[in-house]
Each structure stands twice: as C-alpha cells, then as structure tokens.
Ligand binder design. Structure first.
Ligand SMILES: [Zn+2]
Ligand SMILES: [Zn+2]
Length: 253
C-alpha cells in the first residue's frame, strides 16, 4: 500500500522485497491464550474446520511423511539409505534435500490452494507444520536462498511462495534470508520435457547478485524432478558457495 497524493493505491508486488509478510509468531500449533478476537472469531483448521488452530493436531498427524530410509542426496524413498540410481548416474548440484513430507494428499491440495488459489492464510500453517515435523532439525546453513520467480509470474501470482517459506523458516531458526537469485528468463514450461531438455531449458536461467556465505540452502515449495534446484545449486556454487542444500515443503514421489 502507498498513500501518495492522499489516495490509497494498491501496489502490485514486483520484487521479493514487496511480498506480503504474514505474522510469524509461533502460535498455530501451540495452545495460545485466547484473546477476545480469538474468542469471538476462533481460528479454524484449514483442513477439517475444527476450532483452535490453522492446522489441528489430528490433521498435522495425517500429513504424508517420507519414509525414514531414503536417498541421502535427493530424499527419494530407498530400501536402504544408499544413493538412488538417478543420483548415481548424475550427481545433482546440491548436497542434500531436506523435507519430512511427501507431496501427496492432503498436503498437495493444501499447497495448490495456497499457491494457485491465493490462499495466503495457508502460509504459516504449512511453514510451521514443516518446522514441527522434524525430530532433529536439519544442519543449519548460513543463509536461505528462495528459488526466484520470474517477474512476469510474480506479477501474476502476487507473491513468491518460496520466499514466504524462507522468511518463516529463517525467522524461526535465526537464519538470514538472501534474495540473491534472480530469474533472467521465464522458464516455467518444464512439463513434458525430458531431463536433458529441462536442463537445457534452464541453462543461464539464474543470476546471483551479491556475495553469499559458503553454506546455503535453496528454499522451494515442492521438489519434483529436482532439475530447477540442481541448476540453481550449480549457479550458486559457480558464484562461490561451497555447500548447497535444498529445503522444501514436500517431495513428489
Ligand atoms: Zn484439522
Ligand atoms: Zn537420489
């Protein structure tokens, strides 16, 4: 919002710095003291409408988890903890993918409503579910780098979901968020492309601005083929980062 000339105009966010930022005080999965507002308009679970929290404990427990044994690099479920065939054939640019969740019902529907349905009220519920699901937190990087959206897509959607997650997670664990990656080209149409075509499509897609620490984690909402994360990780390493992890809300199976 700006008030230039006395008239209130709605500014369309064009950069990650203009993103709407929700209140990230930890309260959704804890038991808050009831304020008058909460008493009159109780928070309701986004999945089952039970009063009390944006995501109730039962629904939190139903979120699909990845198996305990998985590829140590891309988190693909594996019978043992050895690297999967894909990672053995071509090592990704990142060191490891961190997420407790599989991209499956009901989490997939929630992420789609959040991302494509403009349901920003899901931001905190999803970010805090991720934080709460770790029995042992992942190794903490020195900075979080959200996967950038191209300006055109950011204008269409109005927010970058990866940047919102990074802000919530960075605030919770005291890690700086660096909006250091920019998308130079609109490379959204990856569906249906083979792995090599996807990589080719993303060649030179990202540019890194400013110095970064040696250990960073890329943040994104869903890890699907991993091509985007791998190409961004390679770009970050070419820019001087030595260790690049990937933090995502959920991993597609
Ligand atoms: Zn519920
Ligand atoms: Zn793997």
């Amino acid at each position: 919002m700006s008030t230039a000339g006395g008239a209130r105009t709605i500014k369309i966010p064009l950069t990650d710095n203009d993103l709407p930022m929700p209140d990230t005080r930890p309260r959704l999965l804890s038991t808050p003291l009831l304020s008058l507002r909460d008493w009159i308009f109780p928070e309701r679970c986004r999945l089952c409408a039970a009063p009390g929290a944006a995501l109730c404990a039962d629904c939190f427990g139903e979120l699909p988890r990845l198996t305990a044994t998985r590829c140590p690099i891309c988190a693909r479920p594996q019978a043992d903890n050895s690297p999967c065939g894909a990672c053995q054939r071509q090592a990704p640019g990142f060191a490891a993918v961190y997420t407790p969740f599989a991209y499956a019902a009901p989490l997939d529907g929630a992420i789609q409503a959040w991302k494509f349905g403009g349901r920003l009220d899901w931001t905190l519920a999803l970010a805090e579910a991720w934080l709460s699901a770790w029995q042992q937190p992942p190794a903490l990087p020195q900075a979080l780098v959200p996967v950038p959206l191209h300006r055109k897509r950011l204008r269409e959607r109005g927010f970058n979901q990866a940047a919102l997650l990074a802000r919530c997670w960075g605030r919770a664990w005291d890690i700086p968020v660096r909006l250091a990656a920019r998308r130079q080209r609109d490379t959204a149409h990856q569906v249906g492309l083979r792995a090599e075509q996807r990589r080719h499509n993303l060649r030179d897609a990202f540019r890194i601005h400013g110095p970064l620490p040696e250990q960073v984690a890329i943040v994104d909402d869903v890890f699907t083929t991993g091509t985007t994360a791998s190409v961004l990780a390679e770009t970050l390493r070419a820019a001087g980062c030595r260790h690049v992890d990937v933090w995502v809300l959920a991993r597609a199976l």
